[in-house]
Design a protein around this ligand. Structure first.
Ligand code: NAD
Length: 357
């Protein structure tokens, strides 16, 4: 099969990690008989330098014509003093809106060989951890009506949480579909004891659940969920939640894995289109020094294979190759520990390519 992928290397370590991910995908394509065509476009600080805009129109057009987008990272000290709407991060917000990316998928996966990086006690975490947080990305309080007004105690500010049935239904379907490919358990997180929007959320989840009888579903209040993630994280498989709750819980869940250079993410639109990126930033302190860990981006590419191209076998092959390299004790600086073998970005890419064979 043929797939068109727009790549946005961006700033800092972005180009280092995207380069390795392209090499890995090419090898995988060779092995399984697929051809991946990459078109590199500008986004972030580098786009500001070349065009004056963090997200040039051409970038949006090429992304829209592609089957998926692979992004490195944007931002850096060079652009820190620009006004808000001219900053590199605007590229991310712009892409979400322009590409209709309403579902954010963030797996918190603790690889067995890295289990010591988890801040929880071994008896709580066991050998590994695998949670997928599915966060609604384009609705709720971050996009609701807001403003200032004169209230009972003088000047006040307000933000509004609003969700439509349609918005909850489509994020619910993404979460339930993902659960069918995993351990078939969904936890929907809300605050239905207080919020009307959460009561609607809960009723829509119940309706969607009827279409997935093989998936076990339970509901949890957000305060309890934040506690349970620490107390007993292994009870979770897929967490479906709103924009703000997901923002907070996905960061909490990712901390359980202890290593920022390992965590991928996907942002999905309706249909199969998606944008895939590591959760870490542009790490300007190590840019261009062959020190960045490319694994978060390579695992983001595995998510692209799974969610946009429906290539489950290939996605698993890539994930297994990463695990194999970690089991052979190879580590980049960010996940290095005593007795392990330190390698650079390029060597890590090569090792993963070799492990694919
Ligand atoms: P960061 O994630 O870039 O770096 C935090 C620390 O983790 C640094 O010490 C860095 O060296 C290390 N690190 C991060 N990724 C690594 C990797 N793959 N391999 C090895 N080490 C890694 O966060 P920051 O320092 O707060 O932000 C730097 C810049 O990135 C800022 O301009 C920020 O706005 C931007 N940023 C971008 C995104 C994005 O593009 N999605 C996300 C977060 C931050």
């Amino acid at each position: 099969m043929n797939f068109n992928i727009a790549t946005i290397p961006g700033d800092g370590i972005g180009p280092d990690i995207i380069e390795q991910t392209i090499l890995v995908l090419n090898k995988l394509g060779e092995k399984y008989g697929h051809s991946f065509n990459f078109t590199e476009v500008l986004g972030g600080g580098v786009a500001i330098d070349k065009t004056g805009e963090p997200l040039p129109k051409e970038t949006i057009e090429i992304c829209k014509k592609s089957d998926a987008v692979l992004l490195g990272a944007v931002g850096g000290p060079k652009w820190d003093n620009l006004p808000g709407d001219k900053r590199p991060e605007q590229a991310l917000l712009g892409l979400r809106g322009e590409l209709g990316l309403f579902a954010n998928l963030r797996p918190a996966l603790l690889h067995k060989p890295l289990k010591d990086a988890c801040p929880l006690k071994p008896e709580i975490i066991g050998d590994s951890l695998d949670i997928l947080v599915v966060r609604e990305l384009t609705g709720g309080i971050y996009f609701g009506e807001r403003g200032r007004r004169n209230g009972k105690y003088g000047e006040e500010a307000y933000d509004t949480e609003a969700y439509s049935v349609k918005e909850v239904e489509r994020i619910a379907r993404v979460g339930f579909e993902a659960a069918t490919k995993r351990n078939k358990k969904v936890t929907s997180v809300d605050k239905a004891n207080i919020l009307e929007s959460s009561r609607l959320w809960r009723s829509v989840i119940e309706e969607v659940a009827k279409d997935y009888p093989e998936v076990e579903v339970n509901h949890m209040y957000v305060d309890n969920a934040s506690m349970q993630l620490i107390r007993n994280p292994k009870q979770f498989d897929v967490i479906i939640t709103s924009n703000m709750f997901g923002d907070i819980l996905s960061d909490e869940a990712s901390m359980l894995t202890g290593s920022i250079g390992m965590l991928p993410s996907a942002s999905l639109a309706e249909g199969s289109f998606g944008l895939y990126e590591p959760i870490h930033g542009s790490a300007p302190d190590i840019a261009g020094q062959n020190k960045a860990n490319p694994i978060a981006t390579i695992l983001s590419a595995a998510m692209m294979l799974r969610y946009s191209f429906n290539l489950e076998e290939e996605a698993l092959a890539l994930e297994n190759a990463v695990t194999k390299v970690l089991e052979e004790d190879y580590r980049t600086g960010d996940i290095m520990s005593e007795g392990m073998k330190l390698v650079g970005t390029k060597e890590m890419g090569e090792l993963i390519i070799n492990a694919l064979q």
